[in-house]
Design a protein around this ligand. Sequence first.
Ligand code: J2J
Length: 540
Amino acid sequence: TATMHPTAPDWPPEFVERYVSAGFWRSETFGGVLKTVAGRMGAQIALVDGDRRLSFEELDRSVDELAAGFAGLGLGKGDVVVVQLPNRAAFVEVVFALFRLGSVPVFALPAHRSVEIGAFCSFTGAKAYIVADVVGGFDYRELAADIRARAPSLAHVIVDGEPGPFLALDGLRRPPVDLPAIDAGDLACFQLSGGTTGIPKLIARRHRDYLYNVRASVEACDFNERTVYLAALPMGHNFPMACPGFLGTLLAGGRVVVTDRPTPDVCFDLIARENVTATALVPPLAMVWLDVAEMTKPQVPSLRILQVGGAKLGHEAARRVAPALGCRLQQVFGMAEGLICFTAPEDPDDVVLNTQGKPMSTADEVRIVDGDGNDVPDGVTGHLLTRGPYTIRGYFGLSEQNAASFTPDGFYRSGDLVRRVAGGQLVVEGRDTDQINRGGEKIAAEEVENFLLGHEGVLDVAVVGLPDGYLGERTCAFVLPRSSRPTPNDLRMFLKASGLAAFKIPDRFEFLDSFPTTGVGKISRKTLRETLKAMHSGAG
Ligand code: J2J
């Protein structure tokens, strides 16, 4: 089958040269680095998943066996594979097997459904889709059957567990074979953009820049052979994967403990049992952990660092971390497109509690600009632009979108409104785009609106993020109904049946007779969203 080849924008040659000569980019690949670490760490435990414990040697061997199996299916260098697995040991094995083979995983989230998976497949011409059998009552094989029927490029569905009509992952293992040579400049994986429109935006990461992302994070967070990292957030996300995440932990010779149940009761037990030293959470989850920890006073003395990021952590919650969990808080402000900011373990409390930290690399270029693109002084809020050795220069195959999302000289327009404080740290103040951040899960208002407009009872709709003490923002759809007025439940069921990921379904529906206007005729959708937000913020 012919594979589509939209392009992944690369850095201009002078930047390639700069990053290579500075030693940021090396001629290493993920598969190769794991082999080197495995040679050094040998029988030390690398990966813990319930009762399953894999040493570095065993992990390395298992990765080679899976890579041989994938190669036997005809998967090879440059082939795209959509990976949608819950947190488990197989996630790590599969990802490294694909890295070694030069096949390029798209990291779908467990919550994605036919809309998202279908888009990833058609956009990349994916050749394979790797899923679990049933998780939390949801049968991914049914989703796969649906996708298979609509994605002609998809040659293989591979299932971790009971395969049904598809291939069993474990049945694919073969004795190791010679694998193709992979170059540091080859694509390693696709991360996903939060997005502000209905288009899926894929973020192509190459071995050289993503490895730098991981190495620089390891250094900034001081991960080492004594680090025991609990992967509690969905492992496909950039944060628990590469900042430093499970990749950083393994490459530092540390140990990764995985769980697909991020609840405090499960995780406190795991932290105690496995002597976990670091983990990463989004703010709403951190708040649940804090609530439970303050009541039950869990014994988790090994825990040294709690990373919190993905959405802004409130000052009050930040303050509770050290007393409740006996560990240091590290704020993490990152984006799948690249830039990562950390507060440092040695920063004073004021910085750790009230800022989102500093860019982790000396080579990160950050500009904070006003509406005309002029730099604003420190302390003044503006639009965050950034470029550097691990921030992409454009989305995969979207040249039109790229002209809007990147400046002509290659800065990524993050959409974040930030200010820089005296110590050089950034404080996130909001966003300038119609992306809703629902507790770290990013939702494009426009995408949800487009689906709702497909319902016969909807004349017009605006989806808005309203402030929420727990999630940061919750979604509300303001609906102008037709005469056959739907109920909120009708609309929820409709969106679910459309195959949209559940986290994108609005938390609240409000029916209006008309949309507010400014008195100067038709208002833009952006203005409408802002007006509705202003009218309803704070209410209920
Ligand atoms: C406020 N907003 C934040 C924070 C992200 C590490 C951590 C998070 C992500 C991530 C990531 C925030 N305070 N501490 O990739 O490597 C919002 C910003 C940002 C957007 C990116 C990582 N941390 N955000 O969340 O690609 O608006 O990456 O632009 O999912 O999340 O979202 P995403």
